[in-house]
Design a protein. Structure first.
Length: 355
């Protein structure tokens, strides 16, 4: 019997950013499967299994043709639906000459892929970012980072803000941020995950805020951290701060505020590796110099997380038989993890029952 997958398959996952797919095929392993993405001559993106049905050559080593993707070994062409539509030197095409295709949706800069039962793919379930209510022009920045860790560890990290004072000491954390650990959190389960917001009033700003806002040494801020986990792989973030006494809780986005809206996506590659997709929507302050500095500082934050996650994954792989201990501040992480576990368990039950 085939082993049950450690991730849900009937869900939308980020496969790539639209700019990654140009006039050449893009090879990517997603959920343990080798996929090739390409943009047809009409501009639409398609996704196929990266394996020719003739001699198992990687189709990603081929080229984009007017009718589809041409295998670089013997020249067979496969259309976006996986059918072979041309065999050099042969008029008839066997009906079994086809490969698997995957539903794909390109929306804004995102390229989403459905890895499960194609009949269940519903584009209305795709995460919307940035929310329409928060769009301020079209200025967006994004990237993708391969990480040598299980994708669930990345989600855990995003839903656990109590690591910030320790992992991010010279960026968004530091010992002055210890008051984050005891701050009140308003959390609720949602239909697809978990949403929470935490306010820290009269807060000592971390180095990240000081650099971008040019704050004085004695300035205090009212800081917010709002996160929403949407199973199985998306986290929406709205974080920032404003000088105390200026009414941040009534209006976050005002002059002098740092307001960051971020998308985080954790797409599994294998059980021990994933792709971290991130996007920064247009935020405050929105002048070019501040935006460039914000990206530079965020990249430092990401690098700190990657180092910790890869170290954690390596230790877990070497000590799988040893249990881990949960503590009070794991609550939000565990809420997200249970949502994902229920999604995986439900899908496995449906597979067993033949649904």
């Amino acid at each position: 019997m085939e082993a049950e997958a450690p991730w849900p398959r009937n869900a939308w996952y980020l496969a790539a950013w639209h700019g990654e797919i140009g006039d050449k095929p893009l090879a990517r392993t997603l959920l343990g499967e080798r996929i090739v993405l390409f943009r047809g001559t009409g501009g639409a993106i398609a996704a196929l299994e990266d394996r020719c049905c003739h001699r198992a050559a990687p189709l990603s080593m081929g080229t984009v043709a007017p009718d589809g993707l041409q295998c670089g070994y013997h020249g067979m062409i496969f259309a976006a639906d996986g059918r072979c539509v041309s065999i050099p030197g042969q008029e008839s095409i066997p009906p079994q000459a086809r490969i698997r295709s995957y539903p794909v949706v390109e929306r804004q800069e995102f390229v989403w892929i459905w890895m499960g039962d194609a009949d269940k793919a519903d584009a209305s379930e795709i995460v919307e970012f940035p929310p329409k209510s928060a769009r301020r022009g079209d200025s967006r920045q994004h990237g993708v980072v391969p990480i040598a860790c299980n994708y669930v560890l990345l989600i855990d990290n995003l839903m656990d803000l109590t690591h910030i004072p320790f992992v991010h000491g010279n960026t968004i954390g530091g010992r002055a941020q210890m008051d984050l650990l005891g701050a009140k959190v308003d959390a609720e389960r949602t239909a697809r995950g978990v949403h929470f917001i935490r306010w820290t009033l009269g807060h000592t700003p971390p180095p990240f805020f000081v650099k971008i806002l040019g704050l004085g040494p004695d300035t205090k801020i009212d800081r917010w951290q709002e996160f929403e986990y949407i199973a199985p792989m998306s986290v929406l973030q709205w974080s920032g701060g404003l000088e105390s006494g200026r009414g941040a809780q009534q209006e976050r986005e005002q002059a002098g505020a740092l307001s960051l809206r971020l998308f985080h996506g954790a797409t599994p590659e294998t059980e021990n590796s994933c792709f971290y997709f991130w996007m920064r929507a247009r935020s405050l302050p929105d002048d070019p110099a501040s935006a460039a500095l914000a990206i530079k500082e965020m990249e430092r934050v990401f690098a700190q997380d990657v180092a910790m996650l890869e170290g954690q994954n390596a230790r877990l792989a070497a000590t799988r038989a040893r249990p881990l201990v949960d503590i009070k501040n794991d609550n939000l992480r565990l809420m997200a993890r249970r949502t994902l576990d229920r999604m995986i368990s439900s899908e496995h039950s449906q597979v067993r029952s033949g649904q």
